[in-house]
Design a binder for this molecule. Structure first.
Ligand SMILES: [Cu+2]
Length: 678
């Protein structure tokens, strides 16, 4: 991981030398930076508790020395002007990224932070504006700035579920936390998933409400923001394609969870049909009241000031026309061919849409608009002054099952495009001289639930004079037993060869017990791992552990751990936080779908492809690790996401006879085990 991060950093620095990043890291230790960020994000609804940072918040003058900014202070002038004119959103108010004015304000602060040339200017501005801006805007801007600023390269962001717990747990638990604080009684409260067993959707609420999955989702959207412009600092490689892929993976994973729980796969959302499933979020804003509920069978209504349903239908049809034509039209009227492996990237930019969209005027912003329209169906005309819905926050969006219906709808549009491309031929897929002889799994594929505890101390109000009492919640979450893949590969090339190993699995049958065809199955493939291997001549035995998966990340360390590690390292030494630097992948414990008592059948496949041809970056094979999502530089794999299963497979024999491909059946068990909190 380290090698890649360094490579990416060098690439950024080389591309934008004029930003003038100083050798700042030498002056300020990573431990100091970690310390600062910890305190800046701790207890955001009250005063900063670190005296040094509090001093900066009180007396720093952001406009005093403009030589510390790469834009000569342009961004900071804008923000200060709005602050002085009292135009900024007040504190103690909800914040939604989908609200244009609120987003604009958060991005003004981000713009200030990303232009800072040294750490002192960065934290001084952060402290200053934390004290004066809306807390939600502040948290958002600081998170995105830490993720993207080279100054904060090794900083580990605290888990958002501890920074803004209201967006991750339910109202009942939050109320209990307030009572505990009021009565100064320590408390550990059980979080349970919303709803009752009368609602079949509740069987899969553990997926949509998983705090780690929500952290993954919100972090991805910070790593690849739709509002991103390259002039901030760097280009986000294959952003549109990544948008497709990350949501495609959530979509197919959710279907696998549904099959594990005897539910049919999600049906796609349809603007002309009622939203069958209602949703009662049982979630409350810190400021702004309850998240709105939606009853069953609501017909879509136009949302005042946002969009009419017919506008969305028109945008959809323009996008599908582009897919049918095989080209899109940019805003100057030029045709851009999408009948190639980069077409998906352009379509992703268009559908989200991001600032990379070549023609937002014409193709609109289907995804973002749909999130707002769906989020507002409880109060489409603003008659009741309800706050935004769960779909208007990346932290909470997946709690509502209609999120997955919406994303199935968009996923099917992407599928139309992928299906329009020519299938890979056997010749294209063959890696000459490399044969996968055998694939097997060590250990039973078995999942279980365990209770996980996290602190709610930042949910409640307090002052420095009142001592903290321990307040936490524990929540059941999916985990799996460790396992390993065993892959026997022969290399008949007479020399060492570089390879990419790609592992996927998909459910073998639908909910009626009918076997999926290869072509249906491969579209539902869950990406389990992707890594580089050098094959020696002759036979090779590859053992790859589930814990090594490149598509996953470990649990984000708690605030408590981050405080302790930073303080311990301040005296010198390493905080030992390197493996936690990115929270963009899915949690490792979430690698396998739940499965069931009888064992849910999956097709498990491995494709060993030509690593020389696959590598997008030099020297990658010297490191067996692989950043799956969001390396700041170039995405290391040249192949499209999902390769070699991303295109239509009209003839199963292409894969069944492919020597560098192996296909077996496995079962994923869940025996109802639940490791309870003590
Ligand atoms: Cu999303």
């Amino acid at each position: 991981m380290k090698v890649l991060v360094v490579l990416a950093f060098v690439a950024i620095a080389a591309a934008w030398p004029n930003l003038g990043f100083q050798a700042d890291a030498a002056d300020v230790s990573d431990a100091q930076k970690q310390h600062d960020i910890n305190f800046l994000l701790h207890k955001i609804y009250g005063e900063i508790r670190d005296p040094n940072l509090k001093g900066k918040a009180d007396s720093f003058d952001p406009e005093a020395d403009l030589s510390h900014y790469s834009d000569n202070g342009e961004a900071v002038h804008k923000l200060i002007r709005d602050l002085k004119d009292h135009r900024l959103l007040e504190q103690n108010h909800w914040f939604s990224l989908f609200n244009p004015r609120q987003r604009h304000e958060a991005l003004m602060l981000f713009d200030v932070l990303i232009r800072c040339k040294d750490w002192d200017t960065f934290v001084s501005n952060a402290a200053y504006f934390r004290q004066r801006m809306n807390e939600g805007e502040f948290v958002y801007a600081l998170y995105v700035a830490v993720i993207h600023s080279p100054l904060a390269e090794h900083v580990v962001l605290p888990p958002l579920y501890e920074v803004t717990p209201h967006l991750f747990t339910n109202s009942e638990v939050i109320e209990a936390a307030y009572r505990a604080k009021q009565t100064q009684t320590p408390g550990k409260f059980q979080s349970s998933f919303t709803g009752t067993k009368k609602n079949p959707e509740q069987r899969v609420a553990y997926f949509g409400e998983d705090i780690g999955m929500n952290t993954h989702h919100v972090t991805w959207h910070m790593e690849f923001p739709f509002w991103w412009q390259d002039e901030y600092s760097h280009h986000l490689d294959r952003k549109g394609e990544n948008f497709f892929w990350v949501h495609h993976q959530l979509t197919v994973r959710f279907d696998a969870e549904r099959l594990s729980n005897y539910l049919d796969p999600v049906g796609e959302l349809h603007w002309g049909k009622p939203i069958v499933q209602g949703f009662a979020p049982h979630t409350t804003y810190k400021y702004g009241g309850q998240f709105p509920s939606r009853p069953d069978n609501v017909d879509f209504e136009d949302v005042d000031g946002v969009a009419r349903i017919r506008d969305l239908l028109i945008v959809e049809s323009r996008i599908r026309d582009a897919i049918a034509h095989g080209y899109i039209v940019d805003k100057q009227g030029n045709r851009i061919d999408i009948m190639n492996e980069r077409g998906i990237d352009i379509l992703g930019d268009i559908i989200e849409s991001s600032m990379y969209s070549p023609n937002v005027q014409y193709y609109g912003a289907l995804h973002n608009t749909a999130h707002i329209v769906l989020g507002r169906q409880a109060d489409p005309h603003g008659k009741y002054a309800l706050p935004p819905g769960v779909l208007e926050h990346f932290e909470t969006a997946t709690r509502d099952p209609s999120f997955f219906r919406l994303h199935k709808y968009m996923d099917n549009i992407f599928k139309e495009h992928k299906d329009s491309l020519p299938p890979y031929s056997k010749e294209e897929l063959t890696f000459t001289g490399v044969n996968v002889e055998n694939l097997s799994v060590d250990g039973e594929l078995e999942t279980f639930f365990e209770d996980y505890e996290y602190s709610l101390i930042n949910a409640v109000d307090d002052t420095e004079e009142i001592a903290d009492v321990e307040i936490s919640t524990y929540v059941p979450r999916l985990n799996h037993k460790d396992f390993a893949y065993n892959i026997e590969v022969t290399n008949n090339n007479g020399k060492e060869v570089l390879t990419t190993v790609r592992i996927f699995a998909w459910p073998h049958r639908d909910n009626n017990g009918i076997e999926y065809t290869f072509d249906e199955g491969r579209w539902n493939a869950i990406e389990l791992d992707k890594f580089w291997v050098k094959l020696s001549p002759g036979s090779n035995h590859i053992v790859r552990k589930s814990s090594e998966s490149a598509v996953t990340v470990p649990d984000v360390p708690s605030f408590d751990t981050l405080f302790k590690k930073a303080e311990a390292a301040l005296g010198g030494g390493d905080a030992g936080l390197t493996e936690f630097e990115s929270a963009t992948g899915i949690p490792n414990r979430f690698l396998l779908p739940k499965g069931n008592e009888q064992g849910l059948e999956f097709d498990l496949v491995v494709a060993v492809t030509d690593g020389e041809a696959d590598a997008a970056v030099e020297g990658l094979h010297d490191n067996t690790d692989f950043i799956h999502y969001g390396s700041h530089g170039k995405y290391p794999d040249n192949r499209p996401h999902g390769y070699p299963l991303d295109r239509k497979v009209p003839d199963d024999r292409v894969f069944e006879d492919l020597p560098n491909f192996k296909h077996i059946q496995v079962k994923v068990f869940n025996h109802g085990e639940h490791i309870h909190h003590h």
